[in-house]
Design a protein around this ligand. Structure first.
Ligand code: SIN
Length: 313
């Protein structure tokens, strides 16, 4: 039987991290080790699948940007359009992995397996988790079970769907979690035909006790076309924010109520969303609501399409 062919796209992260000589190894630098060395550290990988690899970025994922997403998207679309490629593995830092995974979930064509993985310990750690994660990702991408599930993430032996996965802890190999089993994951790809050269700027503004309304004015003045409000509780808008939000709305800025808690923000539930012209995120957490809003604005969706579609993301 012929082995499936898997392409690996490496973007950096702790999985490619090494101790930083500048501080006597007390800290490490992400995105240092090349993908060829990462592959060489996993014996048996070639028995699961034939492989080719591309180093498309070499960054700490705290420095990922929307342009970086578009760069990954272009390489990933090219890979999936190649008839010789059966599945795709993307190596990524864990800090913003869920955002990149969700962006790709919405923008890649569905069908072939796409699996992101990373590591919590650098590559030169005596008990590095990267090699086992890479092995698990290739195994999953080579499996028919991963077909038509949309973008998946595998960490510490557990697969997750991109829509529900999140990095929940700063430490520990079990840093990722999801409130839904990956077996229930469904493909999306609703922006698979969108080919933007840039993405509109959308900022996330946090709600907290005493959060000043000038955050809204500053974002809008600096060019934001959308604001995701990561609010307290059920997406509660501080009263002091209302005039600034109204001005932003009048300038055509899309405003989306989300919550810093888990759980849904229900439209018109505790605010007059229809009257104020606010969008609602349902249960999308703020970083993923931002991804969805950026893509919807890039696609030119109008306000009513946005609100009609967003709760279904
Ligand atoms: C990063 O996100 O690139 C650094 C942290 C990590 O990968 O765990």
């Amino acid at each position: 039987m012929t082995r499936p062919h898997i392409r690996i796209l490496a973007t950096g992260g702790t999985i490619a991290g090494e101790a930083d000589p500048a501080c006597n190894g007390a800290r490490y630098r992400a995105g240092v080790r090349p993908v060829t060395a990462l592959l060489a550290a996993v014996p048996g990988l070639g028995e699961i699948a034939s492989l080719d690899a591309q180093q498309i970025l070499a960054i700490d994922s705290k420095d990922m940007t929307p342009d970086g997403w578009l760069h990954i998207l272009s390489a990933a679309r090219q890979a999936l359009a190649d008839p010789s490629v059966d599945g795709l593995v993307i190596l990524h830092g864990t800090d913003t992995l869920e955002e990149s995974a969700y962006f790709l979930h919405l923008t890649l064509p569905t069908g072939k397996p796409v699996v992101l993985t990373g590591a919590m310990r650098p590559a030169d750690h005596p008990e590095a988790d990267g090699p086992a994660n890479l092995l698990a990702a290739v195994r999953l991408a080579a499996s028919p079970d991963a077909t038509d599930k949309g973008v998946l993430v595998v960490m510490n032996g557990t697969p997750y769907g991109a829509r529900h996965v999140r990095k929940a802890r700063t430490r520990g190999l079990d840093a990722f979690e999801s409130d839904q089993s990956w077996t229930a994951a469904v493909p999306d790809g609703r922006f698979a035909r969108l080919t933007p050269s840039t993405l509109p700027r959308v900022d996330i503004l946090p709600g907290y006790a005493g959060a000043p309304a000038m955050l809204i004015n500053a974002s809008v003045a600096d060019g934001a076309r959308g604001l995701v409000l990561a609010l307290t509780g059920h997406g509660s808008v501080p009263t002091d924010w209302e005039p600034a939000l109204q001005r932003a709305r009048e300038q055509g800025v899309a405003l989306l109520r989300a919550s810093r808690c888990a759980g849904p923000v229900i439209r018109n539930g505790n605010a007059d969303d229809d009257g104020a012209g606010w969008l609602t995120a349902n249960d999308l957490p703020p970083p993923k609501a931002r991804v969805a809003l950026m893509l919807a604005l890039a696609a030119g969706w109008d306000a009513s399409t946005l609100q009609h579609q967003l709760p279904g993301f």
